[in-house]
Design a protein around this ligand. Structure first.
Ligand SMILES: Cc1ncc(COP(=O)(O)O)c(C=O)c1O
Length: 423
């Protein structure tokens, strides 16, 4: 048996008691132990079906053997870099990313997380204009965007609650409504260094923009010589049914940020990839942006194995098929529970179910937790439950979860009705 009380005490004393309380409230006050494929087991041997997928990390499922083997092999040779010699793993992964990313993207800087990749992207575009002798400071972002919680990432993110305690954030950032091409075009001017966009807004609750929106952003940038950053930290590597989310609109950015699934669920790794044009100032100044752990051999070995496997299994197509199945099933449920489910949306296996009421969503999550389903709400839109299973999820597992959801919605509807008649 797990000594749950002892771990909880340590969380209360040495970590964040508020977090422990939140996990417990959501029905996940247990200790995780091991994981494989679409499943996680707690220390008491209970099995959970993972439909959160680590917010997009576990595209290959948990602990994929091909990534684990690559990391083991590298571990035996040399886990971390001397930092004075070149790294074969880093060179190979950078070459692979240049081959598979759209447009002119070629030079990569490796870091350790999505937020760091966004920091790198902001610095790259600023440095580009600085090197031209015409510094530009304005960055256009969107409301409800999520680009990480470092000061730079937060500055371009769009949820007031997370931003307010840290203001003033970096100056020059303006926010416009996501999906509104006219508002975006109106915000871009000759002082705009960059527009930063998620091809599908993940933490805002799987918001898909109208077709052509990303292309319109490209055109607005081109009109003013501004650079376009696509944050593919969550949408990258097959998640939306395309290898990269921006392929939906057939448009390429000047800078792309990557992380999450890039590490194959085994190692943390982030990357920012850009064009030779934007990269140019970095050549004369190669140490201006560095990271001790960025691009370490273990992380790059994981990245190589992960990206090769995602492509070999054509997980982008699988995400599209399974995503269509999930969305169709959810729309049926919306029809059955119109008083609770406000909207169902998403692309590929980045899917959101928005409830009219945040508390109803919370109740549903707690009921699903009882059925041993890992599921959570979107960080920037708590009234939206997000479904982001590994891309290797089966049709049967999707049907199972749709059945769970039907039961949870039914039970929640009964509870709400009983509370109403009692009140
Ligand atoms: C689009 C996007 N950008 C950046 C980040 C930040 O990544 P990290 O948590 O690895 O710093 C996230 C995380 O959810 C994300 O979804």
């Amino acid at each position: 048996m797990s000594d749950l009380a002892a771990i909880l005490t340590k969380y209360k004393l040495y970590l964040n008691p508020g977090l422990a309380k939140l996990l417990d409230f959501m029905g996940f006050g247990v200790v995780e132990h091991r994981a494989e494929g679409c499943y996680v087991w707690d220390e008491d041997g209970n099995q959970y079906l993972d439909f959160l997928g680590g917010f997009g990390v576990y595209s290959l499922g948990h602990n994929p053997p091909e990534v684990r083997a690559a990391v083991h092999a590298q571990l035996d040779l040399m886990p971390m870099s001397s930092r004075l010699m070149m790294s074969r793993q880093q060179a190979d992964l950078a070459e692979l990313l240049a081959e598979i990313t759209p447009g002119e993207l070629r030079h990569t800087f490796f870091c350790n997380s999505g937020a760091e990749a966004v920091e790198g992207a902001i610095k790259l575009v600023r440095m580009f204009f600085h090197a031209q002798g015409k510094p530009r400071t304005r960055i256009v972002s969107t409301w409800e965007a999520f680009h990480g919680k470092t000061l730079g990432g937060l500055s371009v993110s769009g949820r007031a609650k997370y931003r307010a305690p840290f203001e003033p954030l970096i100056p020059g950032v303006v926010h416009v409504p996501y999906g509104d091409a006219e508002a975006l075009a109106a915000a871009v001017d000759d002082n705009t260094a960059a527009v930063i966009l998620e091809p599908v807004q993940g933490e805002a609750g799987a918001i898909t923009p109208p077709d052509g929106y990303l292309r319109a952003a490209r055109e607005a940038c081109d009109r003013h010589g501004a650079k376009l950053i696509f944050d593919e930290v969550q949408t990258g590597f097959g998640r939306t049914g395309y290898l990269f989310g921006c392929e939906h609109d057939g448009v390429a950015p000047d800078v792309m940020t990557l992380a999450k699934a890039l590490g194959g669920g085994v190692m943390p790794i982030g990357a920012v990839i850009t064009t030779p044009e934007v990269w140019q100032p970095m050549i004369a100044n190669p140490l201006i942006h560095t990271s001790t752990w960025g691009g370490n051999p273990l992380a790059c070995a994981a990245g190589l194995a992960a990206v090769r496997s995602i492509i070999a299994q054509d997980l982008a197509s699988k995400a599209r098929e399974r995503g269509n199945q999930l969305l169709a099933g959810l729309r049926e449920l919306q029809g059955q529970f119109p008083e609770m489910v406000k909207s169902v949306r998403g692309r590929g296996l980045l899917v959101g179910v928005e409830f009219f009421d945040e508390d109803i969503g919370g109740l549903c999550i707690a009921k699903l937790a009882l059925k041993k389903l890992l599921i959570a709400y979107a960080l920037n839109k708590p009234e939206t439950v997000r479904l982001e299973p590994p891309l290797v999820v089966t049709a049967e597992q999707i049907d199972l979860v749709l059945g769970y959801l039907r039961e949870a919605l039914g039970e929640t509807a009964e509870l709400v009705a009983a509370l109403k008649s009692a009140g």
